[in-house]
Design a protein around this ligand. Structure first.
Ligand code: 5GP
Ligand code: MG
Length: 178
């Protein structure tokens, strides 16, 4: 596969500052709740972000994961969202924070939220490291957003292109080689 050249869009130093800010906002939001916030990390893309984010949250959290895929091996959305998760026993009356790498059409967040409603949580909020507002196709807007970005396909900080680049510490745009 031709991996192309990379143009850095968000450098790692800016990411670190933003993740601290998000941690503070999230902590303020959940300051007065009794039980730990249930952070649900949407794998694989949000693995890196979630690991950094939970260490900037200073209220107790419980960590859960699920796997969602809306993209195949290319950079075009299939338009369908596939979700796989073990059952969550104890979401009833709990405050759930869904964490994803990027909100594009918003369908992933929407589909997951619809499915998790069956567990009767007290609330569901949404945290997206990146947001592409120009692409939104649903009314749901994430409660916490790291960076709003233009409609470009980005990689790094957990985001991949056909399995590559998740380990990059910065967020970058892939420019195809001439
Ligand atoms: P949505 O359901 O909001 O349309 O899409 C969200 C998912 O699409 C994200 O969790 C991510 O997996 C994928 N996605 C959307 N835009 C990009 C992008 O620019 N780069 C990468 N690597 N994945 C993206
Ligand atoms: Mg994803």
């Amino acid at each position: 596969m031709d991996k192309g050249k990379l143009k850095i869009l968000v450098p790692r130093a800016d990411i670190a500052i933003k993740v601290q800010e998000l941690g503070r906002d999230i902590s303020d939001t959940y300051r007065n709740i009794e039980e730990p916030v249930v952070v649900v990390s949407v794998l694989k893309g949000s693995l890196v972000f979630t690991a950094d984010l939970i260490r900037e949250i200073n209220v107790p959290v419980q960590l859960e994961t699920l796997v969602a895929s809306s993209y195949g091996d290319g950079s075009e959305s299939s338009g369908k969202v596939r979700i796989e998760y073990k059952s969550f026993d104890d979401l009833k009356d709990r405050h759930v924070l869904l964490v994803d790498d990027i909100s594009d059409s918003g369908r992933t967040f929407q589909s997951i939220a619809e499915q998790l409603q069956a567990y009767e949580p007290a609330s569901i909020r949404f945290c997206a490291f990146l947001d592409k507002p120009s692409r939104r196709a649903v009314t749901l807007k994430p409660d916490f957003i790291g960076f709003s970005i233009p409609n470009e396909f980005v990689v790094g900080y957990g985001l991949d292109f056909a399995g590559y680049y998740r380990e990059l510490p910065d967020v970058a745009v892939v420019i195809p080689e001439e």
